[in-house]
Design a protein around this ligand. Sequence first.
Ligand code: KG4
Ligand code: ZN
Length: 385
Amino acid sequence: MLILAIETSADETAAAVTEGRRVLANVIYSQILLHKKWGGIYPSLAKRAHEEKINWVIEECLIRLLRNQNLLASELASRQKVGPVALRSTSESEGSLRHSLAQTSTRRVNLAALGMNLVDDVAVTQGPGLAVALEVGISKAKELAKKYNKKLIAVNHLEGHIYSCFAQNNKGNPSRDFNFPYLALIVSGGHTEIVLFRNHVDYKVLGETRDDAAGEALDKAAKMLGLGYPGGPVIERLAREVQNEDFHNFPRPMINSKNLDFSFSGLKTSFYYFLKEKPQVINLRELASSFQNAIYDVIVAKINLAIKQTKVNRLVVGGGVIANLYLRRLLRDLLEKHKGEVHFPPFKYLTGDNAAMIGVAAYFKARKKLFSKSQELDRIPRLNL
Ligand code: KG4
Ligand code: ZN
């Protein structure tokens, strides 16, 4: 069963074709450069960029599917004769150049239609996310489902991040099987949640952030330091240069509370006043490393508590922040201490937003016949798990 998945909840326009847990084709168009100067996602720009790119992203994904399935050989051969050669010719008049561009674009559309015929269902992120951005993916999914007579599967972006840990390449690797129950941690720019993942499509939220998400806090700290957006990767790099040590011991909000909730806005505020009051202490590496330590300490403490409370010592972690190798190491050490195991998304592209994870989650929903009717499928910007 092949699923075309679409993801447009934030600043990535993404499409993938999956078969069970295997990712057969995957395309991500990132808007990061567009939002960089705002230090975060600018909604109306995001909407327009999704609208501009969505057709190209889906077409490209379906063409890669055909290519990966070796269904494109004859088509590629004929394209080499007509397309690129014609475009490269310098003596060509503008009119015929436009003509061959149009030909290439028609061929892309035809190929994509060929790819759609191989697909069984269309999956799309329903929420949580930016309303105007979600809308673009959902209307495209509905349009395709109607045109090609496919079933629709609505996926929660957060269940996508959880299932990202179980995605496989097109050869079916890694082959590891499910071993429920798991604790699932989602750490991204919009979310910090601890979830009991009891079985397929069966979740119980145990704790979440009361204000800023971990990634959001990293992004804001980076902005205060003038390091640009997104903040997580640059803070990680700077911290590594000082061996990830802690120099300033910033506050660890709620680290000793007996629940599994988070709060990072107090940390952000105290970081702000620290920078204001001690401008002479501007050592970027030490500040970055100390800030990152405060965030990751709290995360590790909460996972430790969650393991003690639930007696579940198998952890899966999804979301953009788990690209961070230092956090991975801390969590590996913790799970080792509990004689348990921890799984991360097996490929880097699966940590940030992508449609492959939406396709994998959709497969397990389809197995339970959890399909959506087109007229009832609407964006839910504050969708919970
Ligand atoms: O999952 P994601 O791409 O989008 C959301 O759903 O929010 O996560 C984006 C977040 C950003 O806050 C970014 O700073 C953070 O992930 N991030 C990182 C790293 N790479 C991305 N945080 C820490 N270390 C990284 N290497
Ligand atoms: Zn995300």
